[in-house]
Design a protein. Structure first.
Length: 278
């Protein structure tokens, strides 16, 4: 039986890979923390039980709002139900895809909503240009958010780094956006940043001088391994568009080998970036 590669050395930023439900038992082996998609708590008993067990065991949990999976944030009433039930360490408050104004309205409203003690509210930057992203980050800080996230796939990222391959453009566009904000002083070393997903996995080898990045989540190495796609030493140039909650595939030894290969290479990207920080 193939054993999934474990992260032996703890990363300077914490990594979580979302897994299909029939692989959740591997999560404690490979992840630095548990990343929860709340709509699945309502849809699947196995998924719910996994996160109840994670909470019981003292695992660190970040709860998403399921925007990426559903196209809009999950129902507010159900979000509050699961926040109060699981008491995650962090909760990513509802945002609206590429809509700065609506995202800021939501963020302000959620700042007034009382959550269990110890739950950190994380806001997400949404925008349609660098100027909007700058403004959004700045306002979220003024609203009192102590941790802020950046999504991976904004269309305008490619404007920051035009490239024939739009995935390379989006990857480099996010890197350049964050770098510009850091160099401008908007992002400080003491800020706390989460990166939501990735366009291409090799992105995480570029964050050498960004000590404020605290955590990332991505299902990328898992999804590609499930599809029989193995990373090379430089990463990927294409991306499977399927979402992790849409996968119900029997796991065999060959698939586990491919996933294991991708996890090892992903860890190398992360460690390459972290090594440069030291």
């Amino acid at each position: 039986m193939v054993k999934i590669q474990q992260f032996i050395q703890k990363n300077m930023f914490k990594v979580s890979h979302e897994l299909p439900i029939n692989m959740l038992d591997k999560s404690f082996e490979i992840n630095d923390y548990e990343y929860c998609l709340p709509h699945l708590l309502d849809q699947n008993e196995t998924y719910r039980k996994h996160f109840e067990d994670a909470k019981e065991s003292g695992s660190y949990i970040i709860m998403d709002n399921s925007l990426h999976e559903l196209g809009k944030a999950y129902d507010t009433e159900r979000l509050l139900h699961w926040i109060n039930h699981l008491e995650p360490n962090e909760f990513i408050v509802p945002d609206v895809w590429q809509d700065k104004t609506a995202t800021l309205v939501n963020a302000k409203r959620w700042q007034s909503i009382k959550l269990p003690e110890g739950v950190t509210k994380v806001a997400v930057v949404q925008a349609q240009s660098y100027v909007e992203a700058y403004e959004c980050y700045n306002i979220l800080k003024m609203q009192g958010y102590k941790k802020i996230a950046f999504s991976y796939g904004a269309d305008w990222y490619s404007e920051e780094f035009p490239h024939p391959n739009p995935l390379v453009g989006k990857m480099m566009g996010r890197i350049m956006m964050i770098s510009k904000m850091y160099k401008s002083g908007l992002i400080s070393k003491s800020d706390r940043v989460h990166l939501l997903g990735c366009a291409l996995p090799q992105e995480f080898g570029y964050y050498a001088d960004f000590p404020f990045i605290e955590s990332i989540d991505t299902s990328n190495p898992i999804i590609h391994g499930l599809q029989g796609i193995k990373y090379n030493s430089l990463g990927l140039l294409n991306k499977e568009s399927i979402k992790i909650d849409q996968i119900d595939k029997e796991i065999n030894t060959d698939i586990l080998y491919d996933i294991n290969h991708n996890l090892i290479q992903f860890k190398q990207f992360v460690q390459d970036g972290n090594t440069k920080q030291k």
